[in-house]
Design a binder for this molecule. Structure first.
Ligand code: HEM
Length: 216
């Protein structure tokens, strides 16, 4: 990764969008130990819909040589989310959860680009999975401490097949840098990552509003 590599430019041009997501009140409260177990569960439920989309469009994207290089079962999160929800809210978890408006929009976008544009799919793949392997590992420790989880309820953050997240991220960035995208396509992908961060920020805002309504 050199200072002008695509992965470096991507990170620097989207880092303020990352800060917006990271700093959203709902997430910040959870990280400061001011969120409830229900808040955490509400977030896990939304992740379920997001990863259901991300991991089902992989079926199309495996046919794209460029996208196929990023897809690995070691990242797959849906079974972990299902197990977490079953542990957290019971066997009828699927009947208990529904997507928030921002999640519906996020899922629509993942489905749209997932069916038509490998660069856009990679933008969404990068935003979620590299995030889960980065800040996600910090979130994991805080949720574990706050709510007394061991592994049940928090399997989403445990990547059994990835023993060294740092090394995995280096390889991932090298892969991004090795693709011969045009400048124009790189710009489009950066814009799509910004869009992905915004969906995540909007989700935190939706969750905060729903919480405020429930309390009122
Ligand atoms: C509590 C919330 C969060 C914290 C504390 C956090 C923290 C971090 C940290 C420390 C890194 C740098 C890791 C490194 O240099 O290897 C990072 C990277 C990243 N985070 Fe977050 N993050 C949070 C939320 C999010 C969210 C909501 C998303 C998007 C869904 C996200 C996506 C990413 C991505 C894609 C990267 C990799 C950037 C790159 O190196 O190219 N993060 N995060």
């Amino acid at each position: 990764m050199s200072s002008s590599s695509f992965s470096t430019i991507l990170r620097s041009r989207t880092w303020s969008d990352h800060a917006d997501s990271e700093g959203a009140g709902f997430m910040a409260d959870l990280m400061e130990g001011n969120g409830s177990r229900d808040d955490y569960v509400a977030l896990v439920a939304q992740h379920y819909f997001i990863y259901e989309a991300l991991e089902s469009v992989q079926a199309f994207q495996r046919d794209s040589e460029v996208a196929a290089g990023f897809i690995t079962d070691d990242l797959t999160r849906l079974p972990a989310l299902e197990a977490d929800l079953q542990f957290l809210i019971g066997d009828d978890w699927r009947e208990q959860i529904s997507p928030m408006p921002s999640t519906v929009r996020y899922v629509e976008r993942i489905n749209e680009v997932g069916a038509t544009w490998s660069g856009g799919f990679i933008a969404h793949h990068y935003t979620r999975y590299l995030g889960d392997l980065s800040g996600g590992q910090m979130i994991y420790k805080v949720m574990q401490r706050t709510f007394g989880f061991e592994t049940d309820g928090i399997r989403f953050y445990l990547f059994d097949g990835i023993s060294d997240a740092r090394a995995f991220k280096v390889t991932y960035r090298d892969r991004l840098d090795a693709i011969n995208w045009s400048e124009d396509e790189r710009d489009r992908i950066i814009d799509e990552v910004t869009r992905a961060y915004r969906f995540n920020t909007e989700l935190f805002n939706d969750l905060a509003e729903a919480k405020a309504r429930a309390v009122a």
